[in-house]
Design a protein. Structure first.
Length: 154
C-alpha cells in the first residue's frame, strides 16, 4: 500500500462499503453485530507477519484496515478523514511512533499501543497498552473499548 494517495484510499473505502451494504453474513454472524463494524482502523507495525495477523483479526471484527510498516506512510494514513482508531507498535525500525501519536491525538482519534515495550507511558500515561504477544480478540476488545470511551467522552 506504499504510495497510495487519499484518492485511492477513498475509492477503496467506497468499494468496501458498497460490498457490505445490507446484512452481510460471515460464518453466520451479521456484519452489523461485529465489534468494529464499519470502523476504519490504522495498523502501524514494522513486522509484516504481525501486521497481517492484526489485519485479519480486525477485519474479522468488521473493520476496514489501513496498514503501514514505515513512519512516512503511517503519517499519511493517520491523516485520512475516515479513520476511527489505530493500533500502533511504539518502536518502529526507523524510530518510534511518537509523531503518529501526536497527529492522532490532535485529531481526537483514539489509539492502542501494541508493543513489547512500556516506555510510551511516560508520554501517554493514560493510553491503553496491549503487551506483545496477544490474542487478536484481545486487541479487538481494546480498540472497541477505546472507541466506546471516546464516544462517551464526546
Amino acid at each position: 500500500m506504499v504510495g497510495l494517495t487519499n484518492y485511492h484510499l477513498d475509492a477503496f473505502i467506497r468499494r468496501r462499503q458498497r460490498r457490505s451494504c445490507g446484512l452481510r453474513q460471515v460464518r453466520g454472524i451479521s456484519m452489523t453485530n461485529l465489534a468494529l463494524s464499519g470502523r476504519s482502523i490504522l495498523v502501524v507495525e514494522d513486522e509484516p507477519l504481525i501486521a497481517l495477523d492484526l489485519r485479519q483479526s480486525l477485519e474479522s471484527a468488521g473493520a476496514y484496515v489501513f496498514a503501514a510498516t514505515q513512519l512516512p506512510h503511517a503519517l499519511q494514513l493517520a491523516g485520512h478523514p475516515d479513520l476511527s482508531a489505530a493500533i500502533l507498535d511504539y518502536r518502529l525500525g526507523q524510530g518510534d511512533s511518537r509523531p503518529i501519536c501526536s497527529l492522532l491525538e490532535q485529531r481526537g482519534i483514539p489509539f492502542v499501543f501494541y508493543s513489547g515495550y512500556d516506555d510510551m507511558h511516560e508520554i501517554w500515561p493514560s493510553a491503553v497498552r496491549v503487551p506483545k504477544p496477544a490474542d487478536g480478540h484481545r486487541l479487538v476488545d481494546a480498540v472497541a473499548g477505546v472507541l466506546a470511551s471516546y464516544a462517551r467522552a464526546a
